[in-house]
Design a protein around this ligand. Structure first.
Ligand code: MOS
Length: 765
């Protein structure tokens, strides 16, 4: 992303004002019809009926099944491998280690090039070197999964261990400042925040800690791969078909178009469904063995091969003036990372744009550890950054004896506090107002431990949610209009269950003036026009802008095709609109011709137009973010310390909501994941061995139904005039602020501040 942001920053300096998308708001942003309607997901019935085919369900002739073995040391070398027993085991087709693996280039690491998707820049199974505890050291292919698993267990390894950095404290002592954080400066200082803090009337200066997390998508990572000569087909579970295909092409020395990636259904991604070693190893094994290969990681395998959210230690210091405005805002800290990837967990991003202060200091460092590459996980940075920042605001509000919502109102900025540019649309105060009213915030007693029912202490807390608006460059859409009056929209994008195909069919139908059931959206296949990744809550805007561009191209072509015999004859594209299944002159009902009529007269079966979305310059011109106010009520058992979230409400300001039903699910899913972050989730990294010791859902605790109370979601629905359809992303904001809302409620209930996640009962006793 950093490269892309840099390129866009150059482009925006060169671009005249009129080039900026968002200069003229999208006319659909205020249109009521299909947009906003709670349409049910197109993929819903297929999934319920078991008819949606996932990556591990694709059957190919002659397929063999893969099993992996993982290193049990953290750093060092393999000194001996004995594969004889595995090779002799029943059903075995191939045993592959570094000794016989085909020669492959290291994958270009994510963000090193526009389509780079490598988890790290390490070569995959090319030598005896071990870089993390859990690194794949052998791949076995066999006739059945059970035979592959059994044979893999028979391989013997001996290792020479070397000292490894597995202690966060030791790594932190040698922390370094990265060149940038996703294209943003690693640190920003406005005024002398430390000096201002010293003299502030009210101040707090605190440290918060957050652990590792794993995404734990229900669908295990899987790929079914096959070679046809030098052409590779991969049925994958991925959030980025184009990036994965391009990167695999680099690894195997192929042209991009020699790799076809298909990923029509993904059972949850959250940032984890990208390219990892298993797809590369499956393709390598398939090449060596000459047969199609299915690989599906076990749940343990996911923890060994797929990185998650990383550990952070964060300092938040706030200094306030007697009038409740901020004199100093400081948010700094360290995140664990490796030297082989570049995913610095941008936890200081929220503090860069949320609140006004006379002096601001934000900055973050990374601490290199010998571990599996960490990666993006839902609300990377923002989810845990808001935990620290928003807990600190609650602590400051208490020190000032001010209502925490009133404090947020007093520090509301007029423009982005660090970049100085205007907000595209910001209604955080309104989100707090509506949320507080709906939640019954006025019933909260600010004195901790003041509400009790039997053994249960009851408390309320709130916190700000925020996530940036992103739109990724490089996406193109094709619209195929057919003579039967239907439209097929095509773009290599992704459906992970969030409603992409449904919402973009709604969008395209409204854009083209067609009925919803006349439009379908095709995605998840690199043979379609290039899409952008499903990440950074950016996909809806990225696809949206490409569909706008393609529909403009289509209008031009339709007018050409209509010719002078049409009632549209002589009209220019900006004089017409799409309506009732055709084009019509603006404000002139009688000058109209249907698509079917235009195509028939031209004796065409189909008209197809493809166009690339314009560069997302709106992101450079405006400070664009989604906002929300999270409200939590907890009940804490005074005897056992057991914590139960009893009510939760999220009040969001994310621009126009495009589908009330799928949006509600995105917000609720984010909030539920946030309850896990707050109360139970933690990937336990054993600092002695460097190994994750709870690689299973039995010991890594995600929220289950009994942990999830009634969650209510409301939104402002105020369109953002600078984004396609007036919408900003909603996939990730739901998880942000939840950790702090829960922690603040726990404090209100018990009088105990927990500054280290997860908030477990032992920390309350
Ligand atoms: Mo998201 S963590 O950008 O898939």
């Amino acid at each position: 992303m950093s490269l892309i942001l840099k390129a866009m920053k150059t482009a925006v300096r060169l671009a005249p004002e009129s080039w900026l998308p968002g200069g003229t708001p999208d006319p659909l942003m205020n249109k009521h019809g299909l947009i906003g309607r709670p349409v049910s997901r197109i993929d819903g019935p297929l999934k319920v009926a078991g008819a949606a085919r996932f990556a591990a369900e694709v059957m190919l002739d002659g397929i063999v099944y893969a099993a992996l073995r993982y290193s049990t040391i953290t750093r060092g070398r393999i000194t001996m491998v004995d594969t004889a027993a595995a090779e002799a085991a029943p059903g075995v087709a191939l045993v592959m280690t570094y000794r016989n693996a085909p020669r492959m280039k290291p994958p270009p690491v994510m963000m090193s090039a526009p389509k780079a998707a490598g988890p790290s820049d390490l070569p995959v199974m090319q030598d005896a070197e071990i870089h993390w505890n859990g690194q794949p050291v052998a791949l076995v292919l066999a006739e059945t999964q059970e035979q592959a698993d059994h044979a893999a267990s028979l391989i013997c390894f001996t290792y020479d261990s070397e000292p490894a950095i597995t202690s966060f404290a030791l790594a932190k002592a040698k922390a370094r400042t990265p060149e940038n954080i996703l294209g943003e400066p690693a640190s920003i200082e406005i005024g002398d925040a430390e000096a201002v803090l010293k003299d502030a009337a009210f101040k707090i200066d605190l440290t918060y800690r957050t652990p590792r997390h794993n995404h734990n998508a229900i669908e295990l990572h899987a790929a079914t791969v096959a070679w046809d000569g030098d052409n590779l087909t991969v049925h994958d579970a991925t959030q980025g078909v184009n990036g994965t295909a391009w990167t695999l092409a680099q690894v195997f020395g192929l042209k991009e178009e020699q790799v076809r990636l298909l990923s029509p259904y993904v059972g949850g991604g959250f940032g984890g469904k990208g390219l990892w070693d298993h797809q590369i190893l499956a393709a390598a094994g398939s090449r060596l063995c000459g047969r199609p290969v299915r690989i599906m990681l076990s749940r343990e395998g996911v923890y060994r091969v797929v990185g998650g959210r990383t550990t952070t230690e964060q300092r938040v210091a706030l200094g306030a003036k007697p009038d409740g405005t901020l004199a100093a805002l400081i948010h700094t800290g360290v995140a664990a990372m490796t030297t082989h990837n570049a995913c610095p967990e941008q936890f200081t991003f929220p503090a860069r744009h949320l609140y006004a202060a006379d002096a601001i200091k934000v900055g973050q460092q990374v601490a290199d550890m010998d571990m599996l590459s960490n990666t993006f996980m839902r609300g990377p940075g923002e989810s845990i950054g808001t935990y620290a920042l928003e807990c600190a605001f609650d602590e400051l509000a208490e020190a000032m004896q001010l209502d925490p919502i009133e404090l947020r109102r007093r520090v509301e900025p007029e423009k982005d506090p660090t970049s100085g540019i205007a907000f595209s649309s910001r209604h955080l105060v309104e989100a707090y107002r509506r949320g507080a009213e709906r939640f019954g915030w006025d019933r909260r007693d600010p004195t901790p431990r003041s509400r009790r029912e039997g053994d249960w202490l009851i408390g309320m807390g709130c916190a700000t949610a925020t996530y940036p608006y992103y739109r990724m460059p490089g996406g193109a859409a094709r619209i195929r209009l057919t003579v039967d009056g239907r439209a097929i929209v095509q773009m290599a994008s992704h459906e992970m269950g969030m409603g992409t195909a449904t919402v973009q069919a709604q969008h395209a139908a409204e854009r083209l003036g067609l009925e919803y059931d006349k439009v379908s959206f095709e995605y998840g296949d690199t043979s379609l026009p290039s899409g952008t990744l499903a990440g950074g809550s950016s996909q809806t805007a990225s696809i949206g802008a490409a569909i706008i561009a393609a529909s403009e191209a289509l209008t031009k072509e339709l007018l050409k095709l209509a010719g002078n015999d049409s009632p549209l004859g002589g009209l220019k594209p900006d004089e017409v609109e799409a309506r009732n299944g055709g084009l019509g002159k603006l404000e002139e009902p009688e000058r109209y011709e249907s698509y079917v009529s235009i195509l028939k007269r031209a004796q065409r079966h189909e008209l197809a137009c493809e166009a690339e979305a314009p560069l997302p310059l709106e992101m450079m011109k405006y400070s664009m973010h989604s906002y929300g106010a999270q409200f939590c009520e907890v009940r804490v058992n005074a005897v056992t310390g057991e914590i139960r979230v009893s009510r939760f409400l999220g009040s969001f300001d994310c621009g126009r909501i495009l589908n009330a039903k799928t949006a509600t699910s995105q917000f609720k899913g984010g909030i539920i994941m946030g309850l896990g972050l707050a109360l139970s989730e933690q990937a336990l990294f054993d600092e002695r061995s460097g190994r994750i010791i709870n690689p299973s859902l039995a010991e890594y605790h995600v929220p289950v139904h009994l942990d999830v109370p009634s969650v209510e979601v409301i939104w402002t629905d105020i369109p953002d005039p600078h984004s396609p359809l007036g919408a900003r992303g909603i996939g990730e904001i739901g998880i942000t602020g939840v950790g702090a809302a829960v922690a603040n409620a726990v404090y209100n209930a018990t009088g105990k501040r927990i500054r280290e996640l997860p908030i477990t009962l032992d920390k309350l006793m």
